[in-house]
Design a protein around this ligand. Sequence first.
Ligand SMILES: O=P(O)(O)OC[C@@H](O)[C@@H](O)c1c[nH]c2ccccc12
Length: 393
Amino acid sequence: MEATSIRATTTRVCVTNSTALKFKQNYLSFRKSVLSGSPMDTKSISPNSIRAQQSTATMAETDYKNELKIKEWEVGKFQDELAASQGIKIRRRPPTGPPLNYVGPFEFRLANEDDNTPRDILEEILWNKDKEVALLKERMPLATLKKELENAPPVRDFLGALRKSHLRTGLPALIAEVKKASPSRGVLRKDFDPVKIAQAYEKGGAACLSVLTDEKYFQGSLENLEKIRNAGVQCPLLCKEFIIDAWQIYYALTKGADAVLLIAAVLPDLDIQYLTKICKTLGLAALVEVHDEKEMDRVLGIEGIELVGINNRNLGTFEVDISNTRHLLEGERGEVIHQKDIIVVGESGLFTPSDIAYVQNAGVKAVLVGESIVKQDDPGKGISGLFGKDISP
Ligand SMILES: O=P(O)(O)OC[C@@H](O)[C@@H](O)c1c[nH]c2ccccc12
């Protein structure tokens, strides 16, 4: 509440600042005259007054740019507030503090040094991702990317593959993860050959595959996903990425993804809504990941969600607890999920047949497993070990 009223004051200060307005008007008429090619009445003006007008115009332009900076900062602040109101602790980018010439309330003018350190690993990953995506977008704007879509391989039915496998085996369908390393576990497999691992998973009975594509923290890549797709692996592929921008979805599609991950701890409701809509129009499945009750309730309140992942690992602290899956499916939440016919995926920390039985009893129809199978000499045999029996087709 307090933050909102502070904002209201802030906006008022900016809007009623008459000097800024005057400069803006000056700037606009300056720009208009330049654009129309007939700058002011130059015949009757002495060189001195032309110089004076030019310097006023330059000042106006600078001031207008500053004003835009302030607005940009305000929008960022507002986005963080909106996310926080939905319980999202993650800030999308490091707080820059207001521009130097900001005239708003005192408390906003104090830049806090500590604020520029990420609060946990998830926040660090996101700040990094923000820069990474900005660079990629510069190199390949959306318009160019959309042209590339014409050559993208056809999207395959991720949800259908999960349903079919569950029907076939009577066990949760397996989304097997091609994962080289993670910030919590370090390198899981030194002799990492993504295509070989993917083929072994497929042979071992996986319904779908998840390919980690983050480079910096998971040593993955979209090229791995592309290679797996081009090698003729039939299992639909989930692009396991920290998605913060629609651009990444289009990009994943050009590389052969059939599904993408959307993390509720990172994305406000409107973003989830918007990004799932984009997925639908492109024919991609969206796996929306939650970790706690609040995130689950938010996601259940959004129309059109078909696939929800419950992560047993807290991405900020790395703590793993598989009873989280049971906990989030108890009572009313479980009923809503059933009514909406949502497929739930139990994610992370699953190692044994009894772990699989535990999450199946809790109500999941699919599981997402990385470490326990990727570490085995033969990851395909790792699948039989995980389920306690051979589930190959
Ligand atoms: O290796 P595990 O414990 O079996 O976990 C796999 C998968 O659930 C995990 O990699 C994961 C779940 N959600 C994520 C989000 C980003 C990166 C990784 C993940």
